[in-house]
Design a binder for this molecule. Structure first.
Ligand SMILES: [Fe+2]
Ligand SMILES: [Fe+2]
Length: 131
């Protein structure tokens, strides 16, 4: 698949399947931006799709964390739940023509960069992924 924009290497978790999820979700946002749907992600179905893919990704990531005995698993999972709650709240209080692009970007950034990179550090320290 051709990516419209690539997730920067410095944001990679080091786990190929998780990084692929992040790229796929990033692609949803970029696709909408390219199609000029950015002003109304809810109308084109992209917002629903974004939420669905993100929820699947969170489960995937949580399973991975459990398997690798990540000590911050519970707090990371809670953080995921809070993000999904924020998305559901946004969905039920959408204003006509509201631009969701920045909102979706900030949610994805919050996952990939603010929290997942801690998991990456743990995996590196434990020697579970190559440095
Ligand atoms: Fe995460
Ligand atoms: Fe993630």
């Amino acid at each position: 698949m051709n990516h419209l924009a690539k997730v920067p290497d410095s944001w990679h978790s080091g786990i190929p399947s998780i990084d692929q999820d992040h790229q796929n979700i990033f692609d949803i946002i970029n696709y909408c931006w390219q199609q000029d749907h950015a002003h109304d992600l809810s109308q084109c179905g992209c917002f629903e799709h974004f939420i669905k893919c993100l929820a699947e990704h969170f489960l995937h990531e949580e399973n991975h964390m459990k398997e690798s005995r990540y000590p911050d698993y519970e707090s990371h999972k809670n953080h995921h739940q809070n993000m999904l709650k924020k998305l559901e709240e946004k969905k039920s209080a959408l204003k006509a023509g509201e631009n969701l692009l920045a909102f979706c970007n900030s949610i994805l950034f919050d996952d990939m960069v603010k929290t997942d990179l801690h998991y990456n550090n743990y995996l590196l320290k434990k020697g579970l992924i190559p440095a």
